[in-house]
Design a binder for this molecule. Structure first.
Ligand SMILES: C[S@@+](CC[C@H](N)C(=O)[O-])C[C@H]1O[C@@H](n2cnc3c(N)ncnc32)[C@H](O)[C@@H]1O
Length: 281
């Protein structure tokens, strides 16, 4: 694991302390979603090109950081809820770079035997994630694509860690909005659903539109800069949960999802990302 990064503990200590190393195979001339998001969360695994775009987002989308933090906090609650429901194995697709309270840390806090597979199509995640996880036998990071479910579900390392005879917690946090409509995210969800047994849980967080001007403007910024990024309505997000039983409280802005916060307290930015948890009957 870790693509030949040498001793895991040494490497992890080094990369947390210093600027990121340039990993072979990583294009540092183009921004990556994972690294821009890392910068928004205050991480250090990003390059100048990512910081430039991140700064554009922060200037043009002043709520970008709030959106990212609300998303992470809801993810922590969702993993906790799945753990409490008895889920002991997770596949986190579009996991992003290691940050605070990663899925395995939350899940293993609830149940130390929990196993987690991180999947991301960005090679930087494989390199840095591998270093973080080098000493955790119940966790692995693989390079894979949400749009290639078979490639992930049949991956040797995934099959080694995940028992597909038992329910799986599938985490799709802030990734499906990076799938454009012509890539048919609903059809993709059907394939993922068929790949896991009954009792499996799916957590989705997603950019949320109320058919408002702001989300249309943000969508244009993301499409221009990254070529992807869709703000979907609650109805469209609900469509992604097709064939699943949505659990309480349904799809809500992340800041409200399983919190005591009141809707009136939310800023307009906080309405722009929603989450929901569902179970496969
Ligand atoms: C906004 S980050 C979200 C990270 C984390 N899931 C979270 O919610 O904090 C989106 C991540 O999805 C990854 N990603 C985007 N499209 C992907 C795809 N088609 N397959 C796998 N990963 C993808 C990006 O590389 C990035 O790391």
């Amino acid at each position: 694991m870790g693509g030949g990064m040498g001793d895991g503990a040494d490497f992890a200590a080094e990369y947390f302390a210093q600027d990121p190393v340039v990993v072979p195979g990583i294009d540092v001339t183009k921004p990556s979603i994972a690294r821009v998001y890392d910068h928004l969360l205050g991480g250090k695994d990003n390059y100048a090109v990512d910081r430039e775009l991140s700064d554009v987002f922060i200037t043009r989308i002043p709520g970008a950081r709030i959106i990212a933090f609300d998303n992470r906090r809801a993810l922590v609650r969702a993993v906790g809820a799945m753990s409490e429901a008895g889920i002991r194995q997770f596949i986190d697709i579009g996991s992003g770079l290691p940050t605070a309270d990663n899925v395995h840390q939350v899940a293993q806090r609830h149940a130390p035997e929990s196993r987690v597979v991180y999947v991301d199509n960005d090679p930087v995640v494989l390199a840095h994630g591998g270093a973080l996880l080098a000493e955790n036998e119940r966790t692995v990071v693989v390079q894979g694509d949400l749009r290639d479910p078979a490639g992930v579900l049949e991956h040797d390392e995934v099959r080694e860690l995940i028992d597909f005879g038992r329910p799986v917690g599938v985490v799709l946090s802030a990734i499906l909005h990076h799938v454009n409509d012509d890539e048919d995210p609903r059809a993709l969800m059907r394939v993922w659903r068929e790949g896991v047994p009954s009792g499996s849980h799916f957590y989705i967080s997603h950019f949320r539109s109320e058919r408002d001007e702001e989300s249309a403007r943000l969508e244009a910024i993301l499409q221009q800069s990254l070529g992807r990024g869709r703000w979907r309505t609650d109805e469209e997000i609900l469509g992604l949960f097709e064939g699943l039983d949505l659990l309480e409280p349904g799809i809500l802005p992340c800041a409200l999802w399983r919190t005591d916060a009141a809707e009136a307290e939310l800023t307009s930015w906080q309405r722009l990302i929603a989450g929901g948890l569902a179970v496969l009957p």
